[in-house]
Structure formats: structure tokens, C-alpha cells
Design a protein around this ligand. Structure first.
Ligand code: ZN
Length: 431
């Protein structure tokens, strides 16, 4: 075997979970039986150089053919389990203003429409976020990403959508760009101007959609502020025609598209995602078998959000039926102040097993390889030669402990782009 140079070696693991696809697996998101193949190497090791993986295999084999460069870092996993850095493909992590009062009202059974009428709901977050400065928002996002990193998450999709006017949406997308440079977690920025109809356009959703298409989207594309455009396509929000119009315009500008689909009602959002060639359709609590069939054919990833179903007391998405229909499933937190304040992706992995009947192997694929494709990053999500060296070491003897311990599996080390960013459970200030 060819010798390789390395500046990072991870050894001493009980297992390395590569999540590499088994030979013969078709390219693209993993579905069906391929969601159960996680590629375990007992006692494995990983080596990297300049942020890319250069060797993965059994420890003796990797050590035997890697030449460590002067100053190379050697990480002893001390019997832990090594996985690709986890990817959270759906969050609303950039907001000001929590909604704990609303939580209390919900617990008392007050209907959401009454909460809205009392000034609560999503538009209360919009008011608080508009009132916050870019600096305040940057600090909030940095703190949240640090918490996610300590859960083993190295890449996070973050949506705008609490601004709902061009200056305010621009502020949010600019904060994302700034925070992407100020800390180690990679941000996949998504423009969600169509998150809700703002007060200024009350009763005129069509007018707001037109404003997004004519004013906001061209600026988002011109300034390179977002990788994806998303729409909250559901009953009482944006309908299928408005969503199709907006996302078709986004595609023409070269932006990727994704959508909040079939959460509250069976509108056909899953079918629309397939028609548009979306990277993902998310939520899908009320999606239909015809929609799953089309998503499977079109290679659209289903991003399921069991934390939201749990928090709202709704039935979970039918993950087993969707996987049975050949749909590639990913998992995300949906972290947001109104409908899912859960920021822990490992906890969501546990919920997916307990609430939706997914297997431990499937939830591992869902937060690594499939989540990577849901955010358009095929260079992430598996431990294979040539991929970006993002990895997490959990202090557990096997990957099944991660969902089993319901968010409690300790993270001992995290490596981002080949650099140690969490050491023995502690965030490094300046990696
Ligand atoms: Zn969402």
C-alpha cells in the first residue's frame, strides 16, 4: 500500500463508523437497506492531512503506512466510538427572544390561534429579532453553535426567516456569513423569506411572494448570501402555487431549493419537492404514499424532525413507511423558539428510534451521509479518503449507545477540517 503523510491521527477507538456506502450502492442519498450499512471498523483509525482524510482502516494497517509530519496531532480515542461529524440539516437557530410564556399557555391547552391573537407565535420572534442588533444576533448564534458542537455536530443548516423584509433578512444572512468565519461549525445558509406573511403584508400573501421574487431573491443570489431557498408551504401559510412560483424563480437564479412540506395538512408538498428537484422536503407528518414514491424517484431527501412532533404532541412522521417506500431519510432538530427548542441532534436520534421505529444504523446514516446530501455537501458525512476531516468521538463502546442514551452519550473529541476543536469534552477557545 502507498505511504501517506498525515498531520492528524485518531487511534485507540473501539470502533470507527465510516458510514461509507457498501460497494455497488448507487450514488446519491441512501435509502432502503443501504440505510442500515454504517461500515464499522472494530479498532479502527483515521488519518488526515490539511483537513482531508488520507487513510481509514484497521489501526495497525493505518499506523503502518502513515508518516506523521512534524507537529502532527495524535488523538487517543480511549476506547470511544468515532463517527463522521454530525450534520443538522434543518434549524432556525438565528433568532432573538425565547417564547417561554407561550410554552406555559400551550401547556394549559390554549389554541395556537389564540396565542397568535395575543401577539405570540412566530411574529413575536420576528419583532424580537428585528429589534436585535447584528452583534447581539451573532453572539446568540455563536453560543448556540458552540452547544451543538459539544453534541458532536460540525455542520448546521441555518435558515433566515425572522426578518421578513429585505433589510432584516439581509441582516440575518450577513450575521450567518460573519459567524461562519468566527467559530468552527460550518453554516449552510438558507434564505427563508417565505417563513410567514409579515404584518406589513397581512392578508396579501401573493403580494409578499411577489416582493420576495422581485426584490429579495435577486439580491440573495447576487450577493451570494445563501446556498438554499426554503418556503413554509402549508395550510394557512404559503400554498402550492406560491411555493412553486418562488422556488422556480430561485432555481433560475442558480440557488438550491428545499421546503417545509406537509406538516399541518396534506397539500402535496412532497410531490412538489420532487417536481422541483429539491434537495429536501422537511417535516412530512401528513405526506402521502404518492409523494414518497415521487421523492424516492427524484432523489429528494426527507428531513424528519421528531423533536417538533414530540414538543407539539403530534404524531411522528411515518418514517418506517417512508423508508419502506424507498425514501432516503435524514434527521434534524428544527431548533427554533416556538415549536422545537431542542438543540441536541443526538437526542433527536434517540427520539427517531423510540418514536418512529428507526434502527440505530438508520439514524446514524440519517445524521451523517444523508444529512450531508440534504444540504448539498457530498464531501461530508462519511469517513472516506478524500472527504473533509470532520469527525466526532463519543465516549461509548459502540454507535448504538448514541440513540440509546437519548442525548446523554458523552462527546469527548471533535475534529473539524482536520483540527481538534473539542478536547476531552471541552470546547477549545482558539483551535
Ligand atoms: Zn423549520
Amino acid at each position: 500500500m502507498r505511504r501517506v503523510k498525515a498531520d492528524l491521527l485518531v487511534m485507540g477507538a473501539s470502533q470507527v463508523v465510516t458510514v461509507a456506502p457498501p460497494p455497488g450502492t448507487p450514488a446519491g442519498p441512501r435509502s432502503g437497506k443501504a440505510m442500515r450499512e454504517v461500515g464499522v471498523i472494530p479498532g479502527g483509525a483515521v488519518a488526515a492531512r490539511a483537513g482531508r482524510i488520507v487513510a481509514v482502516g484497521e489501526e495497525t494497517e493505518v499506523r503502518g503506512r502513515v508518516d506523521l509530519e512534524p507537529g502532527a496531532r495524535v488523538v487517543d480515542a480511549e476506547g470511544g466510538t468515532v463517527l463522521p461529524g454530525l450534520i443538522d440539516p434543518h434549524t432556525h437557530a438565528l433568532f432573538a427572544g425565547w417564547r417561554a410564556d407561550e410554552f406555559r399557555l400551550r401547556l394549559r391547552g390554549v389554541p395556537y390561534l389564540e396565542i397568535l391573537a395575543a401577539g405570540g407565535g412566530i411574529l413575536s420572534t420576528v419583532r424580537a429579532t428585528r429589534a436585535a442588533s447584528a452583534g447581539e444576533l451573532a453572539r446568540l448564534l455563536e453560543g448556540r453553535l458552540a452547544a451543538m458542537l459539544l453534541c458532536g455536530v460540525t455542520t448546521v443548516e441555518v435558515k433566515s426567516g425572522y426578518g421578513l423584509s429585505w433589510p432584516e433578512e439581509h441582516k440575518l444572512l450577513s450575521v450567518m456569513a460573519q459567524v461562519a468565519r468566527s467559530q468552527p461549525v460550518e453554516i449552510v445558509p438558507t434564505f427563508l423569506g417565505a417563513h410567514a406573511v409579515p404584518e406589513e403584508y397581512k392578508g396579501n400573501a401573493d403580494g409578499y411572494v411577489e416582493h420576495i421574487v422581485r426584490v429579495m431573491l435577486p439580491e440573495v443570489a447576487r450577493q451570494g448570501l445563501a446556498r438554499f431557498v426554503d418556503v413554509f408551504c402549508d395550510e394557512g401559510v404559503f400554498d402550492l402555487d406560491q411555493t412553486r412560483h418562488l422556488l422556480s424563480a430561485a432555481r433560475k437564479l442558480g440557488l438550491g431549493v428545499r421546503l417545509h412540506a406537509d406538516e399541518l395538512a396534506s397539500l402535496g408538498g412532497a410531490e412538489l419537492a420532487a417536481e422541483l428537484g429539491a434537495a429536501s422536503a422537511d417535516h412530512l407528518l401528513r405526506s402521502r404514499p404518492e409523494g414518497w414514491r415521487r421523492m424516492a424517484q427524484a432523489g429528494v431527501v426527507a428531513v424528519l424532525l421528531p423533536g417538533t412532533a414530540l414538543f407539539l404532541g403530534k404524531p411522528y412522521a411515518p418514517a418506517r413507511d417512508m423508508i419502506g417506500a424507498g425514501v432516503a431519510v435524514a434527521l434534524a432538530t428544527d431548533f427554533n423558539p416556538g415549536t422545537c427548542p431542542i438543540a441536541s441532534l443526538p437526542l433527536v436520534m434517540g427520539l427517531a428510534c423510540v418514536g418512529m421505529g428507526m434502527e440505530p444504523e438508520e439514524v446514524v446514516v440519517a445524521v451523517t451521509a444523508n444529512a450531508a446530501l440534504a444540504v448539498g455537501r457530498p464531501d461530508l458525512g462519511t469517513l472516506e479518503v478524500g472527504k473533509q476531516a470532520d469527525l466526532v468521538i463519543f465516549g461509548v463502546p459502540g454507535y448504538e449507545h448514541i440513540p440509546y442514551r437519548m442525548g446523554g452519550a458523552p462527546v469527548s473529541w471533535v475534529v473539524k477540517k482536520g483540527k481538534v476543536v473539542v478536547e476531552r469534552g471541552r470546547l477549545l477557545e482558539s483551535p
